[in-house]
Every structure is written in structure tokens, then in C-alpha cells.
Design a protein around this ligand. Structure first.
Ligand SMILES: [Zn+2]
Length: 371
């Protein structure tokens, strides 16, 4: 491991603008950067779907046929404020100057992968194909991963390197989520002169929401009404209201039945008042789940022990690119990268975790090779 090179690469990469939606500069930088290795680099045509600044990158380091391929995914985009980042080292951490985020989410993962390839090549570590998918638009709704064609991958499983928690943390469970959107229609009337002629869409919304199970449904399932809009003046019976809600669960069937329950509440309330409800349920991402005895988990568990840490298996309440790849049939768990205070101007990256993340990637390749 060349720690100095790792830190230099990371700090260099942080200075390349990469706000979500505007990934052209970072994508070009990464293409040039990965070109130093003998790799195949493909930029997909997902721009047509995402409208983002660049496509997803698939980087393939060819290996021997008798070792199973493995893939890693990281994202190149970062949140705002993220232009003109000036990283510096402060007491074992890499930090920004305080006016921007740092961008260790997820560039620490990319930098660790770059250094891992250096180590693998310099030490002639045997490996199968190593595939790296660097997505765009993770921060803007996982749009890059959603548009990525996993048919291009040779790997059956792999790792998303993009989670809080120290290196050694492994997310083996994360929920699926659906958006429930209701357009509620009533009938307008003068609220003072002829209220009986009106059907209040606001009353429909209120009735529907009051009939719903919301909040924590059970240990694995949640639901929330997040936005409500409608109406105009106090003297007008509102003929339209809009309600936006969500539900998530570690179990797809539970999420589906909760979404259905919410849909029916809107429909029933509309019927009660003599109005109507158009309700749509849209799945935002699939769930992520890996058994303890699966190859994806057992490989990383051994690798974590080999770098002198203990594996900490956790379940998360939100989705990431890992959920999308799982949904597309590529078994993926998410690895802790150790970054701190992400999405804030006090974001920081412990240098020790950057080093450990690199070691872990190399170790995953070694464990994979020994199988
Ligand atoms: Zn991230």
C-alpha cells in the first residue's frame, strides 16, 4: 500500500466538480485516470434516460477465467454545495474548507478502488474479472443505477462501497420503498351559500388519512404522509387535493399490502363523500437482503477478519444503488466506508478508514481467488 499515493489520488479527485446532474467533468477525469491501468472502460448511454451530464462508467480489469468475477459499485456524483472543493488534512482527517461538502461520499470509495488496483497489479495478485460500476445520479434518486443495464456485467455478486459506519460494516438488509400518490377530486361550491352542493376534496384527504395505519407499522415496515396540497379560499369548497405518501419495508409483501391499504383508504373516503380518487403506487427501489451463508456475505466476512476487524452486519432504513442492483438480480451488499457527517459542510474522511477500505477491497479479491 502506498498511503501517500492513495491520499494524493483522493484529494485530487475531490477537487473535480461532480454535483449530481452535472457529472461530465468527473466522468472524463475518471476515464483518464483509470486509463493508466490496462482496463476496458465503457460509458453507457444512460444519459438518454437520466438527462444527467454523463453516463455510468463500467470499468473492467480482465482476470483469469478460473476465478469467478466480482463487481464493485460506487457513485461519482456528489451533493451540493460541492463546487470548488478545497480539501485539506487536519489531525488524521481529510476535510473541506468548511464552505462546501467534502465529497468523500462516494469518492473515498473510488479512490480506494484505484489504490486497490495499483496494489493488485504491483503484487501480481491473481484475480478473476474485476468489474467497477461508477454510477451517476445516486444522490438524485438512484437514477444512474436504475438506467444501468446489468446485462453488461459478468459478475453474479458484488459490493456497493457507500455506507456510513466504519470499514467492517456490512449492510445486508435494506427496505424496498413505494411512493403512494393520490389525486382527490370533489365538487366545488360556495362554502357559505350552498355548501351541501359541494364535495370537499380536503375532507376526502382528511378522512382517508385518518383511516390509515401510519408511522411504524411493525418492526420492518413504516408509512408516512409527507405532503398535502389543495384548496384555495375559505369560502370555496375545494374540488381538488393532492396527497403524497410513502411506505417502506424489509419485506416486499408487507410493503405492497401497506401501499394497497393506503390506496383503499383514499378510494373509500372518496366514495363516502361522493368524490373520486386516482391513486398510483410506484416502486422506488427493491429491497436488499443477503443471507449470512451467501457467497457475497461469507467472502466479505473473511476479508474483514483478514484486515483485523470484526464484521458488523446491519440493516438500514433507506435505499441506495445496492438496492437497485439487487432488484436487477445482482446480489449486492453495501460496505461501510467510514466517512462522517456526509451531506454537510463538516463532512470528513478519516485517513485510517480510507486505508482500511483499500485493504478490504484487496482482501476481497484475495479471498475470492482462494475459493
Ligand atoms: Zn453515497
Amino acid at each position: 500500500m502506498n498511503e501517500e499515493r492513495l491520499i494524493r489520488q483522493f484529494m485530487d479527485m475531490l477537487q473535480v466538480d461532480s454535483e449530481s446532474g452535472d457529472e461530465r467533468q468527473i466522468a472524463d477525469y475518471l476515464k483518464t485516470h483509470f486509463n493508466q491501468f490496462n482496463v476496458e472502460i465503457i460509458e453507457d448511454d444512460s444519459v438518454e434516460i437520466t438527462g444527467h451530464g454523463a453516463g455510468n462508467l463500467l470499468i473492467r480489469l480482465k482476470g483469469t477465467e478460473d476465478i469467478a468475477p466480482v463487481y464493485f459499485t460506487v457513485h461519482m456524483d456528489t451533493v451540493t454545495p460541492g463546487k470548488g472543493i478545497k480539501p485539506k488534512i487536519e489531525e488524521g482527517y481529510i476535510v473541506s474548507d468548511g464552505t462546501t461538502i467534502l465529497g468523500s461520499d462516494d469518492k473515498a470509495g473510488i479512490a480506494a478502488l484505484v489504490e486497490a488496483i495499483h496494489i493488485i497489479q504491483e503484487n501480481d495478485i491473481p484475480h478473476g474479472d474485476i468489474e467497477i460500476v461508477i454510477t451517476v445520479g445516486e444522490e438524485s434518486g438512484l437514477v444512474g443505477a436504475k438506467a444501468f443495464d446489468t446485462g453488461q456485467l459478468k459478475s453474479d455478486f458484488g459490493y456497493a462501497i457507500d455506507s456510513t459506519g466504519k470499514v467492517g460494516t456490512v449492510v445486508t438488509s435494506a427496505p424496498t420503498q413505494s411512493k403512494v400518490e393520490a389525486h382527490l377530486h370533489g365538487r366545488t361550491a360556495h362554502a357559505g351559500v350552498a355548501p351541501e352542493e359541494g364535495v370537499s376534496a380536503i375532507n376526502i384527504a382528511a378522512k382517508a388519512i385518518s383511516m390509515m395505519k401510519l408511522g411504524r407499522i411493525d418492526s420492518e415496515t413504516t408509512a408516512n404522509v409527507g405532503r398535502i396540497e389543495g384548496g384555495s379560499a375559505t369560502n370555496i369548497v375545494a374540488d381538488y387535493a393532492y396527497v403524497l405518501a410513502e411506505t417502506r419495508s424489509q419485506h416486499p409483501e408487507k410493503m405492497e399490502s401497506q401501499a394497497q391499504h393506503m390506496k383503499e383508504a383514499f378510494e373509500k373516503a372518496a366514495e363516502t363523500f361522493g368524490g373520486s380518487a386516482e391513486v398510483s403506487i410506484e416502486k422506488m427501489y427493491d429491497h436488499l437482503y443477503a443471507e449470512q451463508d451467501s457467497e457475497v456475505v461469507s467472502t466479505v466476512k473473511t476479508a474483514i477478519e483478514n484486515i483485523g476487524r470484526e464484521a458488523d452486519f446491519i440493516s438500514l432504513g433507506g435505499g441506495s444503488d445496492g438496492n437497485i442492483f439487487n432488484g436487477k438480480g445482482i446480489q449486492t451488499v453495501v460496505l461501510g466506508l467510514g466517512y462522517e457527517n456526509i451531506h454537510t459542510t463538516s463532512e470528513r474522511m478519516p485517513i485510517e478508514e480510507l486505508i482500511k477500505a483499500t485493504e478490504l477491497i484487496v482482501e476481497i479479491i484475495k479471498v475470492q481467488q482462494a475459493k
